[in-house]
Structures are given as structure tokens and as C-alpha cells.
Design a protein. Structure first.
Length: 167
């Protein structure tokens, strides 16, 4: 009876699309621990100005806060982290009875490359994405602030993922 119950639970969970949290689709291909690392401002491949700065700042802060690498200039670096912001998408998540938007979902995606001192790509992580929902306000500036805050939170989350892949 116990085996039937466990089997039923497994069937239900696997059929509903559940997966183990914390598993990443990428393998660690390089470890930057103890190395001198430069982070170059990511290229902006989307229509949202400034998002590359938000992301690059979050990644730099995350790597610095680990205490496991030394951030330095490109010319002194053992490794250089570069990349592109390739996804910036807003989707309507909820509307009121009049059809006015109440919440948006912001999705942000990046491609990351790690190059050695000679410029050879030693690690590549494409299409790392995350999302955050945010509220829409009557005041347009307040809504734009909420969108920027969502972009900052996503950038921090993606930066944590990248740091775990690289350290």
C-alpha cells in the first residue's frame, strides 16, 4: 500500500511539470575562485535603455560580495566576463474589469561569456532568464520605478546564478 502511495505521488508530480528546485541546466566549466577577474559592461541587445548597466552592476556586486575573486581591470585580469542582455519582455499578467493592466511580468535574459587572458572563450552560458511581476500604478513614473526595481531584482537573481556557475 505504501509503495502504491509513493508511486501515485511520483506520477502526479511528474505529470504536473514539477522539477527539483536548484538544479541548473549548465555545468561548471571553469572556476574563477582565487583569480583576478574583470567584468565588462554587457552589451544591450534590447530596446530598453540602461538595462545593461543595471545588470552589470548587479553582477559586479555579487561577484565582489562573494570574496572569492579579485575584481580588477581588463589588462590585469586572468579572466574577463562579457555578455549581452538579449531579452527584455513585458507581459500583462492581470487586468481589472475595465481592461486596464494591474500587473506586468518582466522577463530579463542574458548571454554570458568568460574569456581567458588570451581572449579564448572558456565558458559560455546562453539564455539565462528570470522574471519578476510588478504592479501598475496610476502614476506613470511610479510604474516605471516599479519596472526598474523588477529589473534590478531579476539582475540580482541572475547574478547569483552566474556566480554559482563560476565560483
Amino acid at each position: 500500500m505504501k509503495k502504491l502511495f509513493v508511486f501515485s505521488l511520483l506520477l502526479i508530480f511528474t505529470g504536473c511539470g514539477y522539477h527539483l528546485v536548484g538544479t541548473a541546466p549548465y555545468e561548471k566549466t571553469v572556476s574563477l575562485s582565487g583569480k583576478k577577474v574583470a567584468v565588462v559592461t554587457f552589451a544591450n541587445r534590447v530596446d530598453e535603455p540602461g538595462v545593461e548597466s543595471i545588470f552589470t552592476r548587479a553582477l559586479t556586486n555579487e561577484l565582489l560580495n562573494t570574496g572569492r575573486i579579485e575584481l580588477t581591470s581588463e589588462k590585469n585580469a586572468d579572466y574577463i566576463i562579457t555578455g549581452d542582455v538579449v531579452v527584455y519582455r513585458k507581459e500583462t499578467m492581470s487586468v481589472d474589469e475595465k481592461g486596464d493592466v494591474l500587473t506586468y511580468r518582466l522577463t530579463l535574459g542574458v548571454n554570458v561569456r568568460v574569456k581567458d587572458r588570451g581572449g579564448r572563450v572558456v565558458a559560455r552560458y546562453d539564455n539565462l532568464t528570470d522574471y519578476e511581476d510588478y504592479r501598475v500604478y496610476r502614476d506613470i513614473e511610479r510604474t516605471k520605478d516599479a519596472e526598474r526595481e523588477a529589473a534590478r531584482k531579476i539582475s540580482e537573481s541572475l547574478s547569483q546564478m552566474i556566480a554559482s556557475l563560476l565560483l
